[in-house]
Design a protein around this ligand. Structure first.
Ligand SMILES: N[C@@H](CCC(=O)N[C@@H](CS)C(=O)NCC(=O)O)C(=O)O
Length: 189
């Protein structure tokens, strides 16, 4: 099995951390560089990373890769509460990636424009919900949703996209898990 992705993507990193104990080759793709982009276009029509190739099977999207690996290795699937939490994490992560790409494309994402206001509201709303889940103990164990939350917070910190001062439980969750070997080994910095 080969996992394709970049070393900075939070979506790729969650799968790399999740698969610590699974034999998997990691192939780095710089999706904005000409040659690697040709490979991306040939292998994944969504033009996003991560994706997984397992012999004849190609699996797109981190969420589906996680489900594929759970089925293949008979691991415990997510329960419905965890699926909902993953939707929260994915929604803010997707929004932050879009905002990041927009600012890289010279848009002022702090502008008083409807689209940006909706995204900022979503980010604040979801982070408040995750802060509450965190306070209630949903991320006390190091399971897949915790890995995804860690990768989201760490990437947002790395790219300086979010001020986390309103979310003390998320900050202490982030700090409390930062010394894990697999976390250190996949640090994008
Ligand atoms: N829903 C996807 C999101 C993946 C994603 O957005 N990946 C980003 C890198 S962090 C990407 O490939 N972006 C390229 C683009 O948007 O053109 C997943 O969970 O795998």
């Amino acid at each position: 099995m080969i996992l394709y992705g970049s070393t900075t993507s939070p979506f790729v990193r969650r799968i790399r951390i999740f698969t610590q104990a699974i034999p998997l080759e990691f192939k780095i793709l710089d999706i904005f560089a000409l040659e690697d982009r040709k490979e991306l276009i040939a292998k994944n029509p969504t033009l996003k990373v991560p994706f997984l190739v397992d012999d004849e099977v190609s699996v797109f999207d981190s969420r589906i890769i996680h489900r594929y690996l759970c089925e293949k290795f008979e691991l415990t699937p997510l329960n419905w509460k965890q699926e909902n939490i993953l939707t929260l994490i994915d929604s803010v992560n997707d929004t932050l990636v879009s905002m990041f790409l927009l600012s890289k494309s010279d848009f002022d994402t702090t502008a008083d424009k409807l689209f940006f206001k909706l995204q900022r509201q979503r980010i604040a709303n979801v982070l408040a919900a995750l802060e509450k889940d965190c306070a209630q103990g949903s991320f006390n164990d190091w399971h897949y949703p915790s890995i995804c939350l860690y990768c989201l917070i760490d990437w947002a910190q790395f790219r300086e996209l979010v001020d986390f001062s309103d979310y003390p439980h998320l900050v202490s969750f982030w700090q409390g898990n930062s010394r894990r070997a697999e976390v250190v080994a996949t640090d994008p910095r």
